[in-house]
Design a protein around this ligand. Structure first.
Ligand SMILES: [Fe+2]
Ligand SMILES: [Fe+2]
Length: 130
């Protein structure tokens, strides 16, 4: 069972954005699998670094769209992005110190963030900007 499952309700109707969201879900699922299978810590840490990079690039794209459109919810939306980036950094530290605690953090907090952010901030953003 993957940690996160793509749902039609996540679609925001902008194909490039939906593709990036699906890719983010796939990356999170892949890390979770590797953690569960107790892959060596160094490769998981490297992978987490790659995921942080991919997610940062996606956020930068959305934040540019919002700035270009002088979008009213920009500050709150960006703040929610920062929160996930903080959580991933926290996860990297936590995993290094205690892999089980890192896995719990991924399972509970990160997966909840995705469900909530897609359904709220991203749905509103792409509903407005198309
Ligand atoms: Fe977003
Ligand atoms: Fe997004």
């Amino acid at each position: 069972m993957p940690l996160l499952t793509w749902k039609p309700g996540f679609a925001v109707g902008v194909p490039a954005v939906d593709a990036e969201h699906e890719e983010m879900i796939a990356l999170i699922n892949e890390i979770y699998e590797e953690m569960k299978q107790r892959r060596d810590a160094t490769s998981i840490e490297q992978f987490l670094g790659d995921v942080l990079f991919a997610i940062s690039a996606h956020f930068a794209l959305e934040e540019r769209m919002m700035r270009d459109a002088a979008y009213g919810e920009y500050a709150a939306h960006k703040e929610d992005h920062e929160e996930l980036l903080d959580q991933i950094r926290d996860l990297m530290d936590r995993f290094e110190a205690d892999p089980d605690a890192g896995m719990d953090l991924l399972k509970d907090r990160l997966s909840a963030w995705f469900e909530r952010h897609f359904a709220t901030f991203d749905a509103r953003l792409h509903g407005r900007l198309g």
